[in-house]
Design a protein around this ligand. Structure first.
Ligand code: RTP
Length: 147
């Protein structure tokens, strides 16, 4: 079953949006497979955003991600990568539709609350990066019909 890496960024944690965000993924029918609150060190943030290392905003982005704890999660379900990105909304909050997480809670591109993997392959890489200890299996198969 498809999995994605979802991360509530420091502003989302500081604003008390963790429960709201988890609720949206749960209500859609996705299954929470892994979750931890952690303070990110610079090298992990730089690895996560390595593809953006040549961008002018890279250092600002890394400083933002290390500025406070994040909630790192693995969610599972049919088309969870694409649907997760739809739940999150456009990168720039002024373009994210109302009803999406960013469209409802963010106004600043530099503080856009949440990250979600953009493809199945990048989800695999990000899950391996953020959960090197692996994800404990639980009996999600018994509720594979819940969507
Ligand atoms: P994310 O990786 O955080 O889910 O965001 P994304 O795929 O929607 O967007 P991406 O292009 O990968 O950018 C990663 C994060 O960098 C910040 N950003 N700032 N021009 C800017 O100042 C700028 N552009 C991007 C955003 O926080 C974005 O989420």
């Amino acid at each position: 079953m498809e999995q994605t890496y979802i991360m509530i960024k420091p502003d989302g944690v500081q604003r008390g949006l963790v429960g709201e965000i988890i609720g949206r993924f749960e209500r859609r029918g996705f299954i929470l497979k892994g979750m931890k609150l952690l303070t990110v060190d610079k090298s992990l943030a730089e690895k996560h955003y390595a593809d953006l290392s040549t961008k002018p905003f890279f250092q600002k982005l890394v400083n933002y991600i290390v500025s406070g704890p994040v909630v790192a999660m693995v969610w599972e379900g049919k088309n969870v990568v694409t649907t997760g990105r739809k739940l999150i909304g456009a990168t720039n909050p002024c373009e994210s539709a109302p009803g999406t997480i960013r469209g409802d809670f963010a106004i600043d591109m530099g503080r856009n609350v949440i990250h979600g993997s953009d493809a199945v392959e990048s989800a695999k890489k990000e899950i391996a990066l953020w959960f090197p200890e692996g994800i404990a299996e639980w009996q999600s198969c018994i509720r594979s019909w819940v969507y």
